[in-house]
Ligand binder design. Structure first.
Ligand code: ITT
Length: 203
């Protein structure tokens, strides 16, 4: 079967493609279909928003879709920015704006523990969905380090490797990141997922 990667985030798309390329599923991106309206991400949890995005695209295109909802949860900020990670500093905020805002919010705080969360939802047009999730723990630095990746990567220090996510290659990041681990699970389960999709699509 075919599956559409329902994301407008170029960096996520690259990570997705990289991880799903050797599976037997045919992967498409939104760009293969021409513009469709964006899903409304008004849920309070990563789960809700991942499903909203996957089902929205599946319904419009009439094809199974996979979406990611992810974000950074900071202990000293009671889990913020969480589901608001992409627009922490405002509706049209850039990654740099969001990182700056995070450093401001954390200034003077000694607890720098944080984690990235990722929920992946695979939905069919008629509604049912499968969910996979993972997280990755780290520390928020006081200044950015490294130039790869996106979002909060330059501030997210991954202790096991002694580097920020922005100092890792894409393959290194994918081996340990929240999205990489959730996608690895999807990859491992692919035979079952394909069976599940074929059943749902024939109903
Ligand atoms: P789509 O909804 O179109 O997929 P988005 O960027 O709006 O794209 P989200 O709503 O899931 O996606 O927001 C995720 C935000 O969380 C993202 O913009 C980053 O700020 C942050 N984030 C998620 N994964 C990250 C990662 O691997 N590295 C750094 N920051 C990440």
């Amino acid at each position: 079967p075919m599956i559409v990667i329902a994301t407008n985030n170029k960096n996520k798309l690259v990570e997705f493609k990289n991880l799903l390329q050797e599976t037997s599923i045919e992967v498409k991106s939104l760009a293969d279909f021409g513009p469709i309206p964006e899903a409304i991400e008004d849920g309070n949890t990563f789960d809700e928003n991942a499903y909203k995005k996957a089902h929205h695209t599946a319904k419009i295109l009439g094809l199974p879709a996979i979406a990611d909802d992810s974000g950074l949860c900071v202990d000293a900020l009671e889990g913020a920015p969480g589901v608001y990670s992409s627009r922490y500093a405002g509706e049209n905020a850039t990654d740099a704006d969001n990182c700056k805002k995070l450093l401001e919010e954390l200034s003077g705080k000694s607890d720098r523990k944080a984690h990235f969360s990722c929920v992946l939802s695979i939905a069919v047009p008629s509604g049912p969905a499968l969910t996979y999730e993972s997280r990755c723990d780290g520390i928020i630095l006081k200044e950015p380090r490294g130039t790869s990746g996106f979002g909060y990567d330059p501030l997210f220090y991954f202790e096991e490797l002694g580097k920020t996510f922005a100092e890792l290659s894409m393959d290194e990041k994918n081996r340990v990141s929240h999205r990489g681990k959730a996608l690895a699970e999807v990859k491992k389960e692919m035979p079952l997922i394909i069976k599940w999709l074929e059943q749902r699509l024939s109903e």
